[in-house]
Design a protein around this ligand. Structure first.
Ligand code: NAD
Length: 471
């Protein structure tokens, strides 16, 4: 009853009586008490987060399986290991990140201490999407904790089992005074967003991102938007087609195609397409057998609504299905599907596919492929498959995207040294590794000056003398 009356009540296991306002007030009080500032506190919370994952791995895997039928290997790789690596990376580097950064000085500041100090922002809100429901909440949280913030976590309601588990585990392991999970869907998030936060970190669709920005504008809250889009994969020139097919198929059909950095469509010449189709067929059969529906390594679509959306796209596409095409609603199953003869104006090219459907479009030249990508919104990731270094360099230099990877897909996002984030319509801001720490920090420019050299200062006081301008 409490939960029905108050959608912002924290899910069972943690202070179910508390409403959103109380939670935010409590976190703001904690932040003002400066408890999150010491390095030791941040390290202890990061350690606790590591224990949360290690001690509950089985439950986490079960929740991910329930939500997305995530194969164990994929769940371990993309959610558990990725988060644990990031936590360890933050723990190992925190002291360095927290050091003041001394900057170059000029003659007028020679005797001053001039440095950049990273300071936490305050109480931040992290809103996650359903496709990597653990990673998309906990990875930003690592940056928020490392930078010394308090945080409210709002997991996606669509991946319900993971949402519930996070709401249960976070208060068991992390400081209840500094971190809290709020559950709910669109309506609840909208109400939550009426409150003032010191930063909003949002992962999800471009449409919802617009309302996040509007809500943030009311309080002038800085925002990070981790969005999606259509990530192209251009295959051009000399290339090992069998390896290309395997890497492409893995990146595309991982998590049943529900990855923000999955190759959304392929651009290649008709000659490459002729070799790519049989190679993709072999690769897919090798990965998922001739009966992918029975294969435990093939994920499922997250919800009936998304299954309907994908099925509808497939039915309306004028492309030719070369591989797959089967789907059953009851199991939210869709076979790894590849289409050819897909044109620019096809339904599959109007929005991000976000499912196991891969259209292939024909281009005749490298320049045509580059133009095709440049005429569209800047994607979150852009892939070029080619054995010719000059081709890779040309695509890198003549395009723009959130991230870039040659001759593979998705893997660039696993390296904490690389910033992860979009550009243009695919998002703003970045995180992972030090970049997450930076996102949740204010870079305060500091100058510590003493009282010396007052006689030189006289040169800048009125009454002004033209002759002193050379100072
Ligand atoms: P979603 O439906 O889970 O929504 C994301 C979050 O927004 C959820 O927590 C949800 O409760 C909240 N929400 C939904 N409607 C809202 C509203 N009207 N107002 C306020 N909050 C609202 O996820 P989705 O949007 O379907 O996510 C899929 C999209 O996310 C894809 O475009 C994908 O590419 C993108 N994505 C991006 C990244 C990245 O790191 N850049 C990662 C994963 C997914």
């Amino acid at each position: 009853i409490i939960l029905l009356l108050n959608p912002f009540a924290i899910l069972p296991g943690f202070e179910a009586m508390e409403g959103q306002k109380e939670v935010i007030d409590r976190l703001q009080r904690s932040f003002r008490s400066r408890v999150t500032l010491p390095e030791q506190f941040r390290l202890a919370q990061l350690d606790a987060l590591l224990s949360l994952i290690k001690e509950n791995e089985t439950q986490i895997l079960e929740a991910l399986h329930q939500d997305l039928y995530k194969p164990k290997f994929e769940a371990v790789l993309s959610e558990i290991d990725m988060v644990m690596n990031e936590i360890c990376f933050a723990i190992n580097n925190l002291r360095t990140w927290m050091q003041p950064e001394y900057v170059g000085k000029n003659l007028a500041t020679k005797l001053d201490d001039c440095f950049v100090r990273r300071e936490p922002l305050g109480v931040v809100l992290i809103i996650g999407a359903w496709n990597y429901p653990l990673q998309l909440i906990l990875l930003p949280l690592v940056g928020a904790i490392a930078a010394g913030n308090c945080a409210i976590l709002k997991p996606s309601e669509i991946s319900q089992a993971t949402e519930k588990l996070l709401a249960e585990l976070i208060p068991k392991y992390l400081s209840k005074e500094c971190y809290a999970v709020v559950c709910g869907g669109a309506e609840e998030t909208k109400t939550l967003l009426e409150n003032r936060f010191d930063h909003i970190f949002y992962t999800g669709s471009q449409n919802v991102a617009r309302s996040i920005l509007q809500a943030a504008a009311v309080h002038l809250t800085p925002v990070t938007l981790e969005l999606g889009g259509k990530c192209p994969c251009l295959i051009y020139g000399k290339v090992d087609i069998k390896a290309a097919a395997r890497r492409l198929a893995w990146a595309k059909f991982f998590n049943a195609g529900q990855s923000c950095v999955a190759p959304d469509y392929v651009l290649c010449t008709p000659q490459i397409q002729a070799a790519l189709i049989p190679a993709l067929r072999d690769a897919l059969e090798g990965f998922y057998t001739a009966q992918p529906k029975q294969c435990p390594d093939m994920g499922r679509i997250v919800s009936d609504r998304h299954w309907d959306r994908l099925n509808n796209m497939l039915e309306r596409s004028a492309g030719t299905v070369e591989i797959g095409g089967e789907s059953t609603k009851q199991e939210k199953y869709m076979a790894p599907t590849v289409l050819v003869n897909v044109k620019e104006n096809d339904v599959l090219m109007q929005e991000e596919i976000f499912g196991p459907i891969l259209p292939i479009l024909s281009v005749e030249t490298l320049e045509e492929g580059i133009d095709f990508m440049n005429c569209r919104e800047k994607p979150l990731a852009l892939y070029i498959f080619s054995d010719e270094p000059q081709v890779v360099t040309k695509v890198l230099e003549q395009t723009s995207s959130g991230g870039f990877c040659s001759n593979d897909g998705i893997v660039h996002m696993t390296l904490p040294g690389l910033p992860f984030g979009g550009v243009g319509a695919s998002g703003m801001g970045s995180y992972h590794g030090r970049w997450g720490f930076e996102t949740f920090s204010h870079r305060r420019g500091c100058m510590l000056r003493g009282w010396g050299l007052e006689r030189i200062n006289v040169l800048r006081y009125p009454p002004y003398q033209e002759t002193n301008l050379s100072w």
